[in-house]
Design a protein around this ligand. Structure first.
Ligand code: NAD
Ligand code: 89Y
Length: 342
């Protein structure tokens, strides 16, 4: 079994730890958090006794195959570079970096050290998103010319993640990043992008609404829209809805994980709900299942010597969309050539 050390035992890391306990071929043997209380609590809850308040100490004292970094973005670069220097493979949570320069530097550090690097970009690993991709792969819709990836909610994310209310940048960096990555996963890389943003909730610092229009290399147009200011009759957090139009048919991933495919004169509606894993709880179970899926993918990649789908190099392209969206919105919706950025 590949042995990992987890750095950052906060809000989301508990999902990582539940999932690691079920992954085949890899697991967590040591924990690190500079907050001793959080460290001890996680150690007790998951039965892990090797505890460190300093990541360098953990790397020096343990024989680790990888580290799983579940801290917030400001600490990603020093921690990724520390692990690379120790010759240890790295998983890093999203958002990977605060700047493209930092993202490139982390990718370069891992390449120089010849250690695998995966960004924990998990939304594309959600079962409903995989089901959509399968329809595309089967060619049922023909040539895709238009798509929409949409996340609209008023769920209170600030109580569990208070830093989301105080950062200068909010929804694109935190959530839109997943939506943009799903768009790349479904429609391929983008050439051009333009965006608008808005802050509706005056109690927070950053933007909570964003609308992003992209032209993809294959000629498709997509719209990524996200909002944490949308009060709907039915709160759908954390569901991502998808619409796709192709030359032979259309697909709609609608509320409550219903996927409707219409092609060649017939219509089929399927329930593509995620599994409710035994440690998961609604409504987070969709995200929680994807955490297990991406961790299992990492373990399989280490075993087979394959590059993870959301490698650091791949994630540079998603990060480029994030920064391009902010640049466009700050410049009156200016069209940005994203190929010059990644
Ligand atoms: P958090 O603040 O609750 O936890 C972070 C923990 O890291 C804290 O306990 C802190 O003490 C520790 N830490 C920070 N720097 C450290 C260092 N240098 N060494 C050791 N420990 C350190 O944050 P969170 O809400 O758990 O979010 C963590 C990351 O997970 C964020 O980047 C967030 O965007 C991401 N996240 C991802 C998803 C997803 O679906 N992929 C969902 C929620 C959060
Ligand atoms: O941090 C975010 C994420 O990655 O998924 C949902 C979230 O927890 C709040 O927007």
């Amino acid at each position: 079994m590949r042995q990992g050390g987890l750095i950052g035992c906060g809000f989301f890391a508990h999902n990582h730890l539940h999932a690691w306990a079920e992954v085949e071929g890899a697991g967590i043997v040591a924990l690190c958090d500079r907050d001793e209380k959080r460290l001890k609590e996680a150690g007790e809850k998951f039965g892990i006794g090797r505890l460190y308040t300093d990541a360098a100490d953990m790397l020096a004292s343990e024989r680790l195959d990888f580290v799983d970094i579940a801290t917030t973005v400001a600490t990603h670069r020093p921690l990724v570079e520390l692990a690379a220097k120790a010759g240890v493979a790295v998983i890093c949570q999203k958002p990977f970096a605060e700047t493209l320069d930092n993202a490139r530097a982390m990718v370069a550090a891992c390449e120089r050290a010849r250690v695998p690097l995966m960004v924990h970009e998990n939304f594309r690993w959600q079962a409903p998103i995989r089901a959509v991709r399968q329809v595309l792969d089967e060619g049922t819709l023909g040539d895709v010319f238009w798509g929409r990836v949409s996340f609209r909610s008023a769920y209170d994310v600030f109580s569990g993640q208070p830093y989301l209310a105080t950062e200068e940048r909010f929804i694109i960096q935190d959530l839109g990043i997943h939506i943009l990555d799903i768009a790349r996963f479904l429609f391929g890389d983008a050439e051009r992008l333009s965006a608008t943003t808005r802050r509706v909730n005056s109690a927070i610092r950053g933007e909570d609404v964003a609308t992003i229009l992209m032209a993809h290399e294959n000629g498709a147009t997509s719209l990524c829209d996200c909002s944490y200011a949308t009060h709907l009759p039915e709160e759908l957090f954390p569901q991502t809805l998808v619409e796709i139009d192709g030359s032979k048919g259309s697909l709609r991933l609608s509320a409550n994980y219903r996927m409707t495919v219409h092609a060649d004169g017939w219509t089929q509606t399927l329930d593509v709900s995620p599994k409710l894993l035994n440690w998961a709880s609604r409504p987070w179970h969709n995200i929680q299942e994807s955490v297990f899926n991406i961790e299992q993918h990492w373990a399989d990649c280490l075993t087979n010597g394959r590059e993870p789908e959301t490698s650091g190099a791949d994630n540079l392209k998603t990060m480029a969309l994030v920064f391009a969206a902010y640049e466009s919105a700050a410049n009156g919706q200016k069209a940005i050539d994203v190929r010059r950025m990644a």
